[in-house]
Design a protein around this ligand. Structure first.
Ligand code: SF4
Ligand code: SF4
Length: 431
């Protein structure tokens, strides 16, 4: 039986589910329920099963329970739809931990999560992925099948897309120099330490660079801190709370006392970092968690400063872990509105999960693809078609990007901060 640092007991706190009156208002907000039109795939049914588990009426390895519990994306899209204020996510965490303690992880989940616990392994694997990406083959091999979709995901982790590059005036390529154009002296600027993460660091280092440059333009002093590891979100979502705690503790040790803010540009990582106080139950973790901000929040606090015009048709897709877990809605839009000329739209269904959901798309590819197909259909129907879909989470960017490639839609994906960075570059802020 897997051990956590606090022993084998589950938190067992299902009380957030207490207000459920089984009204069903949450059903139309649930992406899996929309795919199957089956009550069994609804939040309401899952709550009934979780309560049965809590009361000991179902065994943690009951096949029916596992099927429906594991079918849940954990997106928390059902929470804002609930008039009773049910905290579905908290109940789900309790159920996941209880199931994990009773039966451990499935073999595929153990394999994937094991990789992220050991820096040497994931760094080697991601270095191989980067080398493959650099050949350009993933873009050519992307498509509908499992291999094609995986290649599409890797290709979608690339730097700013062709669609955006076409809009860059000739002769105005960025120099890479990170100009400091904010008012005040360096001594009085708020300090921000960058949370690097694992996937972001390995495949989206260009987003880290864009984050640092845009924050500096908006009056922050950005620093780096060594000793960081994976945030632990993937482990926590799988119920491996002990694994998540040991990673979180390492990050608290690496980041505490380093800066006024911790900036995160991955919604999934940010949601867990903001929850480190609850996860670790220590003052140091709570203090650090209170300093965590999504990059959009820090930039929105400063306006942010407008850049040069970019004539792109852009659709914003809100990551679940930003809008539902962190309740950050307006800041990413404020960041994009600082780019003059950008035609920004919110497409129908953009607030629904894309199917990525941590390692869900690896463990349950068929449902993940079915959920994604609804989103891609909405993009395909949009007139005019967007040039870019922007979203502040690596899993969403790769999942949506692969879906667009599989559907042969000539639409790119990018992190919102990349657009602001491009706008600043064209304004000459980095020269
Ligand atoms: S979670 Fe909320 S919306 Fe869904 S059935 Fe329960 S009370 Fe109704
Ligand atoms: S977390 Fe997402 S997938 Fe799970 S029940 Fe709620 S809306 Fe449905």
């Amino acid at each position: 039986m897997p051990k956590t640092e606090r022993g084998n007991e589950g938190t067992g706190d299902y009380s957030a589910l207490d207000p459920c009156v089984h009204c069903g208002f949450c059903l139309p907000a649930c992406p899996t329920c929309l795919v199957t039109a089956d009550e069994g795939d609804s939040p309401r049914r899952r709550i009934v099963l979780m309560r049965s588990l809590e009361r000991g009426e179902m065994r943690p390895n009951d096949p029916g329970l596992l099927e429906h519990r594991e079918g849940c994306l954990g997106c928390r899209g059902c929470e804002p739809a609930c008039p009773s204020g049910v905290g579905y996510g908290r109940g789900l965490e309790a159920a996941r931990e209880q199931i994990y303690q009773a039966r451990g992880l499935s073999s595929p989940a153990r394999l994937v999560l094991g990789v992220f616990r050991y820096g040497k392994i994931w760094r080697t694997l991601f270095a191989m992925a980067r080398a493959l990406r650099a050949t350009g083959l993933p873009g050519l091999l992307s498509g509908k099948g499992r291999l094609g979709f995986g290649m599409g995901m890797l290709a979608s982790s690339s730097e700013m897309t062709e669609q955006a590059e076409k809009r860059r005036p000739v002769g105005q390529q960025g120099t890479g120099a990170e100009g400091q154009r904010a008012g005040g002296t360096a001594g009085h600027l708020p300090t921000v330490v960058l949370f690097r993460g694992c996937v972001m660091n390995a495949l989206f280092s260009h987003v880290h660079e864009a984050t640092k440059r845009t924050l500096r333009v908006n009056g922050y002093r950005v620093i780096e801190a060594g000793g960081q590891v994976c945030c632990g979100a993937l482990h926590e979502h799988a119920g491996d709370v002990g694994g998540a705690r040991s990673l979180a503790a390492a990050n608290v040790a690496a980041l505490e006392g380093t800066a006024d803010f911790v900036v995160v540009n991955s919604a999934g990582c940010g949601a867990l970092l903001k929850d480190y106080g609850r996860l670790l139950g220590s003052d140091a973790a709570a203090k650090l968690a209170a300093k965590v901000r999504d990059v959009s929040e820090l930039l929105a606090e400063r306006g942010p400063r407008p850049g040069a015009p970019i004539g792109l048709e852009v659709a914003y897709d809100a990551p679940c872990h930003l809008q539902y877990a962190q309740r950050v809605h307006e800041a990413p839009l404020a960041m994009l509105e600082a780019v003059p000329g950008l035609r920004l739209r919110i497409l129908p269904g953009s607030d629904r999960c894309c199917g990525s959901a941590g390692i869900y798309s690896v463990l349950r590819p068929a449902m993940a693809r079915a959920v994604l197909d609804n989103k891609i259909a909405s993009v395909a129907d949009a007139r005019p078609r967007p040039d870019l879909i922007v979203s502040g989470n690596p899993g969403c960017l790769m999942q949506i990007g692969a879906g667009l490639r599989a559907a042969r839609l000539p639409i790119g994906v990018a992190h919102p901060v990349e657009l602001l960075d491009l706008s600043y570059d064209e304004a000459g802020f980095y020269e």
